[in-house]
Design a protein around this ligand. Sequence first.
Ligand SMILES: *Cc1c(COP(=O)(O)O)cnc(C)c1O
Length: 461
Amino acid sequence: MNAPRLHLPAIDRLLKHPATTALVERYGHAVVVASLREAAAAYRAELLAGAESAADPVGALLAAAEAALATSQTSSLRPVFNLSGTVLHTNLGRALLAESAVAALASAASQPSNLEYELASAQRGHRDAHVEHWLTRITGAEAATAVNNCAAAVMLILNTFAPRREVIVARGELVEIGGAFRIPDVMATAGARLREVGTTNRVHLRDYAEAISPRTAMIMKIHPSNYRIEGFTASVAEADLATLAHQHGLPLAVDLGSGTLLDFAAFGLPHEPTVQETLAQGADVVAFSGDKLLGGPQAGLIVGRKDLIQRLRKNPMTRALRLDKLIIAALEATLRLYGDAEHARRQIPTLRLLTRPECEIAALAHRLQPAVAAACADCATVSVQACASQIGSGALPVDLLPSAALVLTPRGEWKVDALAARLRALPRPVIGRIYQDALWLDLRCLEDAEAFLAQFVSPVA
Ligand SMILES: *Cc1c(COP(=O)(O)O)cnc(C)c1O
């Protein structure tokens, strides 16, 4: 009512303003009206609080609304530069998809597909079909299925094969992978009983053998993803565990965690047990992640004996854990690249980044150093230094890859935390790692150097 007295332009009038038309086209009528109302309310509050009225209230309100719209419409999920030195960084989204996987995902997103439909027979199909033929072909397994992630795969295996029965696991393999995934808790949630054997550092075949009873449902081996027990240790090879399990008519399940389909040693990387090797040793079902070393979308893949995979598919849980069509499309496209190891290495970003030569990373660091040094002149000195990247996500936990970094050492009053915050505030946030009072930007994962440099053309704000 007292709007006129406060010289507040009416919303109707603002909506008729030519500048508003463009906003309405871009954001939609309702959103623009809401934003204008909010801007008007804020302006009114300022006037009531005694502020001078603007020389051009219409212009001021439109500008305020437009700024608010721009902020509110930016995604919460934003691209960043992962210069943390951890290639598969769970908090930064793990694996990046190959171009062909992105294209397949986009196509499945915008068009109907034969997701669960057999084109030849017009019968209902199974969504697993799209990835199963690749997984069996690549790994030699009889059958394969895929669920939401590896945690789901482990949960499904336990719930299907061991409800209210015992699963034998070595004490040294009772891993915790980031807060919520702890093997003992997963067992309990899945309804299985954990039967720990051995000690923290050593377990022998006889420990497993002595634990087998009529209550036993399965033997399980879990990849110690994010730690390594060194020194006086002993573990039992999959082949021996498989023989023991099979003598008692039990299945051997292996949670490989990262699991790779390629021999990493062939790329000059430390050896990581492959899914194929694990199956060849006699494992009956093997679970692994889609977005770790495989370099695909988030998924949990299970390969193994046909009768067991069929039982997994019949568990009602699979419906709750099933993969979305976008993920299936991306996964199929990623698996297709594994037809040829070198092809996979070049096209799958995770493999490309892990095998990126140190000299190439160092050359990039030297190329970028002058621009970054100039842009950060007020707050830091910038040098090029050798560093070591981590693989991350529980793959090869203690192996490091030689790399190169831009090292930003705070200058004057600047503290390293403030420096790091400044880089995180860039339009495309730059995530580094703080080490010894300096900010280290490991360039192993920097492929779009031009987009990175574009943020350092002038002093960083
Ligand atoms: C990472 C990991 C998991 C969990 O995999 P997600 O795909 O993240 O669910 C389970 N087991 C092991 C051994 C792992 O390394």
